[in-house]
Write a protein that binds this ligand. Structure first.
Ligand SMILES: Nc1ncnc2c1ncn2[C@@H]1O[C@H](COP(=O)(O)OP(=O)(O)OP(=O)(O)O)[C@@H](O)[C@H]1O
Length: 946
């Protein structure tokens, strides 16, 4: 059994409902002067002015710092009998025990103040009232138990036992401090209780003191425990009970030191009494200030035992007894002070409900059932369409729509940026490649389907439409389906091989709902390779197609890519999820064709080494394509199509079983091609998957076989799948876009580099020409030998490495010109001691012209000379024409003249371009490199300068 509180229906709630905080009920009882006090003419200084106020009557006669009036819950004067005290100061608290609330009645006061006198009466009255209550409540069965103990000299003793051995105090988690082995008598009736009272009275330590002939020398605690149960549950074990106890506590009286004996037993008793009362006073004082801080309950056995009744789970009433005699004024004030503190203490009493094990099990079972029902409700709520769940799903759908819109926006933005980049790139080659790529993509467009064969010439992809008598899906009017087969033709191989009829049966194409409605519906497709010997090319084609995806879907093919992907991917049930990737790649090739196309191609032309994509219509696919412009419209289509959904499974079912198996086997043998898996990097439908789907279709039929979910859930799942697919697609597209951007950037960088190179070269050329012109001017100004000029001019034509020599020549000539300009008419000395001056140069040039005149006659024929004369404007009938020509060489600085002069001089002196070795002769050194053993006559023409 355990105390857990509450009633049968809801013991916890009842316990909580009856929880009550209240202050301790404090009363003061003033006894009459006894005979001894009267005999001493000890005046009475206290008077109960009202039923709540007691005053010190002789306040004017003494200077005192104590208050003269005290107010309590009740004060009882000398005239009040114990019954009255009980009725107004203890009864209500005492009888709480019959309601299951613990109660405690104290009597506190100095020795001989009337504690025992009061408590004896109160206990009897309470017992009578309790029994009267029991008598009035026959519907309840009460069990009363009585125990009694005393604390004498700080030892606990059992007053109902003749064994006076001390009892131990134990700490119990639920009940607090428990007196071990304390006798607890079950009361038979009130007479039995009176007998026990007598036993207690007989057992209690009483002794004669100076103040009281029958002074109680111990603290007595009488405890009556009452357990009550409704009689209707008696014996069933299924009822709960109220369990509470009421304590009647008669404390030993405090004594003044002057009143205590100086030795012996009474002194010891007095010390223990005062000590324990002092602890009680401390506890009361601390409790009066709140339950914060340490409360020294354990400082005495009295406070340990009374702990639950001091500010705990009990209603408490304290009756402070006092003598009115002036001789006890000090103790009376102490008592009033104690009472004032006790008045501040708040207790927290509540009903104590005792539940039997059986009742406890029953209660726990009920609680368990309640929790199970709650769980079941919540589980059901999660399965069924609770309004909250539906709202949540709607929010998810809207969120997905926003995400899709954002993805498409980002994709468009990326594409726009890409196009901008492409326009910015001026590289013709890249532009050409791009245009070719675009043209290749455009060739896949449905608009080009009318010329499908020509498409294959460009892209290697051929749209093939089964002939009208294809038995795979029947005529459009039969199954509302057209079939499209795409094949990747090998452009390197001659086309023309026909796919046999039985092979064509394996070609399952995208279907169109209505031939009159152009390209309205395309079913889910699968990719299979009919031949596997050119996987690398196939893979290349696939990749090319992937790259073209953006253009295909966005602009040309559908106008709304959402519809395409909705139609091709997202509604694939879980069992066919493995086909998604293959479908994604394939759908790049799936192009809607119009009616003309559907009947245009009677047979399939397949190159010998071609890769063929077999577009297999999924059995579960049914989504509008190309017509939907938004998710909402698609959702509406999904809902609408549920009733009119073409059932491809039924078509399968209508076919002979063997044909179907044969078709599966053939398709699988192709589909499981390892080559294809490698080449496409796609997941191809496995044999087991296909069989499982087909078998399930056969067993359960059509869409319901896989659609065990509700429409909303299925819609949500489809949306999830679609969003996943869109995310996958967008990531792929984004990757492709990024790759293209990178490629464009690389091309742009290359272009810039090339332009930069060209620009640099152009700038170098300009710089060369400028430098060359300046050098020519300097040659002319400095009378530089003609052979030198001619050789230099012909050797240095603007190569990057020439800049070094040009710079050297320019500086050297500039030095000479500056020297001549500053009056150094004597000339400039070369390293070998030769003096280079304008005069010497002029002489040397004259000799050069004579030398050239002679060379003309040696090396040129008369016809060649006449041609030169005509070219240089020398009259053929003039004299010394060769000398005239020699005199004309290097006389002007224009480039044409210089070029012709240099060429002629070089021819006459036998100059040939000797490459780098010759150039080095024009290096930094002014000293001619005499180690060169040149026999050529022109060689000596360089000496004057070098
Ligand atoms: N209100 C009262 N009216 C008449 N007589 C009383 C009253 N209160 C006490 N007495 C008498 O006073 C005497 C002492 O009373 P009591 O023994 O109850 O004091 P006590 O406080 O218990 O003393 P102690 O602490 O020494 O035990 C008793 O003879 C008792 O009859």
């Amino acid at each position: 059994m355990g105390t857990i509180g509450g009633d049968e229906a809801s013991p916890w709630e009842k316990a909580e409902g009856t929880r009550k905080e209240e202050r301790i009920l404090v009363s003061v009882r003033l006894r009459p002067l006894n005979a001894k006090e009267i005999g001493k003419n000890d005046p009475s200084d206290w008077e109960c002015r009202t039923n709540t106020t007691i005053v010190f009557k002789n306040a004017h006669s003494e200077r005192t710092m104590y208050p003269t009036a005290y107010t309590f819950d009740r004060v009882f004067g000398c005239e009040c009998n114990t019954r009255h005290v009980y009725d107004e100061g203890a009864k209500e608290v005492a009888l709480s025990v019959v309601d299951g609330i613990n109660a405690s009645i104290f009597a506190y006061g100095q020795t001989s103040s009337g504690k025992t006198y009061t408590m004896t009466g109160i206990t009897e009255y309470a017992m009578e009232d309790i029994y009267d209550y029991i008598k009035r409540h026959e519907e309840r069965e009460f069990v009363l138990k009585f125990s009694a103990m005393e604390i004498y000299n700080e030892v606990v003793r059992d007053l109902l036992s003749t064994d006076s051995s001390p009892l131990r105090l134990l700490d119990d988690a639920e009940r607090g401090t428990v007196v071990e082995k304390l006798t607890e008598e079950t009361l038979r009736d009130r007479w039995h209780l009176k007998e026990l009272f007598c036993v207690c009275e007989a057992q209690r330590q009483v002794g004669e003191t100076s103040s009281n002939e029958m002074s109680s020398r111990s603290h007595q605690i009488l405890r009556l425990t009452i357990q009550s149960t409704a009689r209707e549950f008696t014996g069933t074990g299924g009822s709960s009970a109220l369990l509470a106890a009421v304590n009647f506590i008669d404390l030993a009286g405090s004594e003044r030191a002057s009143q205590s004996p100086t030795a012996g037993t009474r002194l010891k008793e007095g010390c223990h009494i005062n000590r324990s009362l002092l602890t009680l006073g401390t506890v009361i004082r601390k409790l009066s200030k709140g339950r914060t801080g340490h409360i020294p309950y354990r400082d005495s056995k009295l406070t340990r035992i009374l702990q639950p009744f001091l500010g705990g789970n009990a209603r408490t009433a304290i009756i402070c007894t006092m003598s009115p005699a002036r001789s006890h004024i000090e103790q009376s004030r102490n008592t009033l002070s104690f009472a004032s503190c006790a008045k501040q203490i708040v207790t927290d009493a509540h009903v104590n409900v005792l539940m039997s094990d059986k009742a406890l099990i029953k209660h726990l079972q009920k609680e368990l059932a309640r929790l199970e029902n709650e769980l079941r409700y919540r589980g059901a709520a999660s399965i069924t369409y609770h309004p909250d769940a539906l709202r949540e799903k709607d929010a998810q759908i809207k969120k997905m729509e926003r995400e899709i819109k954002e993805l498409m926006h980002q994709r468009d933005l990326a594409q726009s940026r890409l196009e901008h980049l492409l326009r910015a790139v001026s590289d013709d080659q890249f532009s050409r490649q791009w245009e070719e790529s675009s043209q290749s993509e455009l060739s896949y467009l449905p608009s080009a389907c009318e010329d499908a064969l020509s498409v294959s010439d460009v892209s290697g992809i051929t749209y093939q439409i089964p002939d009208s008598d294809s038995s795979m899906f029947g005529r459009p009017e039969e199954g509302n389906n057209y079939n499209i087969c795409l094949e990747l033709s090998d452009t390197m191989n001659p086309p023309g091989k026909h796919i046999p009829e039985e092979g064509r049966d394996e070609i399952i194409g995208a279907a169109y709902a209505d031939p009159e409605d152009q390209c309205k519906e395309v079913q889910c497709v699968e990719i299979h390779a009919l031949s596997t010997n050119r996987s690398d090319e196939f893979n290349l084609l696939l990749n090319d197609e992937d790259d073209s995806l953006l253009h295909l879907t966005d602009e040309k093919m559908l106008g709304d890519p959402t519809a395409e992907y909705l139609g091709n991917a997202h509604w694939i049930p879980e069992k066919e999820q493995s086909m998604n990737i293959a479908t994604r790649t394939t759908e790049n090739f799936v192009k809607p064709c119009n009616d003309a196309l559907s009947s245009a191609l009677p047979s399939v032309q397949t190159p010998t080494n071609s890769r063929e994509l077999v577009l297999t219509r999924s059995k579960s696919c049914n989504a509008s394509l190309m017509t939907g412009g938004s998710i909402v419209s698609w959702l509406q289509n999904v809902e609408r199509d549920k009733s009119t959904q073409p059932d491809i499974l039924k078509e399968f079912a209508e076919k002979p079983r063997e044909d179907q198996r044969s078709r599966e086997n053939e398709t699988l043998s192709i589909g499981e091609s390892e080559d294809l898996e490698k080449s496409t990097s796609c997941e191809v439908l496995k044999t087991e998957d296909i069989k499982a789907v087909h078998e399930e279709d056969d067993d359960t039929g059509a869409h319901d076989s896989y659609s065990g979910k509700s429409e909303t859930e299925e819609t949500t799942d489809q949306m999830m799948t679609f969003v996943s697919y869109m995310t996958f697609w967008f990531c792929n597209s984004l990757q492709l876009t990024e790759d293209m951007i990178r490629e464009a950037q690389a091309t742009r960088f290359q272009t810039i580099e090339a332009v930069k190179t060209v620009t640099d070269a152009a700038m170098d050329a300009v710089e060369f020409q400028r430098k060359q012109q300046e050098i020519i001017q300097l040659w002319h100004a400095c009378e530089v030998p003609l052979v030198h000029r001619s050789c230099f001019f012909l050797l240095f034509k603007g190569d990057p490495a020439d800049s070094f020599y040009m710079e050297v020549e320019h500086r050297r000539l500039s030095f000479l010109r500056n020297s001549f300009a500053h009056g150094n008419v004597d000339g400039v000395a070369a390293e070998d001691g030769h003096l280079f001056s304008l005069a010497s140069s002029s002489r040397y040039i004259r000799r050069e012209r004579e030398m050239l005149y002679r060379e003309m006659h040696k090396k040129l024929s008369s016809g060649e000379r006449e041609a030169l004369y005509a070219e240089w404007g020398i009259a053929l009938n003039s004299r010394q024409r060769s000398l005239q020509l020699a005199q004309l060489l290097w006389t002007r600085t224009d480039l044409q003249h210089v070029r012709e002069s240099a060429s002629l001089v070089a021819e006459l002196i036998g100059f040939a371009e000797h490459g780098q070795a010759m150039k080095e002769m024009f290096g930094l050194s002014f000293t001619p490199q005499k180690t060169h053993k040149r026999s050529s006559s022109w060689w000596h023409g360089m000496f004057p300068l070098l």
